[in-house]
Design a protein around this ligand. Structure first.
Ligand code: GRF
Length: 216
């Protein structure tokens, strides 16, 4: 049975699009059962609609507090039989209660090599820090923003004349590769959460390293 997955978005939805693509291949172990947006004008909703996936808008502005908003999201997820949530550019923070209800069943993608550069404008934070290698992370979400057991990461170089837009684009391409990969591993039951870490047999070649500047 395919892992019944709900994707939550607030905007563009390029990660959603790559997850939809991945789930379209016959041997992929997850199925996207619905896309929920807290913004009715989120461009990403169009990806769901054109793929024939239920696109649900639950505007946070319609609820008087976070508890009520989270309860509405939870109700929608439960009624649709969701087993896993993929946050893909979803710009709301959940209450501790919601996070507990969905503990180790929420994945998030963040445009930095966590635990560095949490929060907004992670790519600019990386530029400001002068790092030579940036990247992205897919992790199980915990209550503290951008924290939780790490499933997958990808590294990209920071180049001499990078601005935030250029670096973001390079990181985004890597996000589009690791999010489907992480979803596959989770849906196949090949990752296990132990405490604050993910245990998995999947690993890169020990010789795979990104050097920046390159080795001569
Ligand atoms: C991505 O950079 C993701 O890492 C961050 O929000 C952005 C969402 O982009 N959490 P998109 O909506 O998937 O195109």
């Amino acid at each position: 049975m395919h892992m019944q997955t709900a994707v939550l978005i607030s905007g563009r939805g390029s990660n959603l699009a790559t997850l939809i693509d991945a789930c379209n291949s016959p041997d992929f172990p997850a199925e996207i059962i619905c896309v929920i947006s807290n913004r009715e004008n989120a461009p990403g909703l169009a990806f769901a609609e054109s793929a024939g996936i239920a696109a649900v808008v639950i505007p946070h502005t319609a609820y008087s507090n976070r508890e009520a908003f989270d309860a509405a999201i939870n109700k929608e997820l439960v009624s649709r039989g969701a087993e896993l949530i993929c946050l893909a550019g979803f710009m709301r923070l959940f209450t501790a209660k919601f996070m507990k209800q969905w503990q180790d069943r929420i994945l998030n993608v963040h445009p930095a090599l966590l635990p560095s550069f949490k929060g907004l404008n992670a790519q600019q934070q990386a530029l400001d820090a002068g790092v030579r290698i940036a990247g992205c992370t897919v992790h199980f979400s915990r209550y503290d923003t951008d924290s939780g057991p790490i499933v997958a990461q990808a590294a990209v170089p920071v180049l001499p004349n990078d601005n935030a837009a250029m670096l973001s684009e390079r990181i985004l391409k890597a996000e589009h590769r690791i999010y489907p990969l992480a979803l596959r591993l989770v849906a196949e039951g090949r990752v296990r959460v132990v405490g604050d870490q993910v245990i998995t047999d999947e690993a890169a070649e020990p010789s795979h390293a990104l050097f920046n500047p390159p080795q001569r």
